[in-house]
Design a protein. Structure first.
Length: 145
């Protein structure tokens, strides 16, 4: 209905509009600039806060698209209900491109942490600084903190 009436090429009320549907609103662009500053200057961590439906997940997708994937690969945790152990295993899995799967899954947390440390050291030696993003972090339960 909206598409026909307003002559739009896509439904403006979809949950996910894709990168082509990104509108560079002032607030979103400021958030992107601040996130890029934190990442590109190795400032540690950043948090984007906002009400549900404001486009934080979309902003994350735009950020990942804008970053040079060879220098700043983005690992996104979209299911933050994982336990701490599962989260560490997931991060280890993603950082090693799934090369060390049996070692990560079948062994303890010390193995996952070791895999993460080795992966990060190796990547740092190549000038690569991965970005770890938690989407919908509000879903992290107190039991998992």
């Amino acid at each position: 209905m909206h598409q026909h009436h307003w002559g739009l090429s896509a439904d403006p009320f979809l949950d996910w509009v894709g990168l082509a549907g990104h509108f560079p609103a002032e607030g979103a662009e400021e958030a992107l600039l601040r996130l890029r500053f934190v990442i590109e200057n190795a400032r540690g961590a950043a948090v984007v806060l906002g009400e549900a439906g404001l486009g934080k997940s979309h902003l994350l997708a735009v950020l990942a698209h804008q970053l040079d994937a060879r220098r700043h690969p983005v690992v996104v945790l979209r299911f933050p209900q994982l336990s701490a152990a599962e989260t560490l295993r997931y991060l280890a899995w993603e950082l090693t491109c799934q090369r060390e799967t049996p070692a990560i899954i079948d062994r303890g947390l010390d193995v996952a942490v070791g895999v993460i440390e080795r992966a990060l050291d190796g990547l740092a030696g190549q000038g690569v600084a991965p970005v770890f993003a938690v989407d919908d972090a509000h879903q992290i339960g107190r039991a998992h903190v």
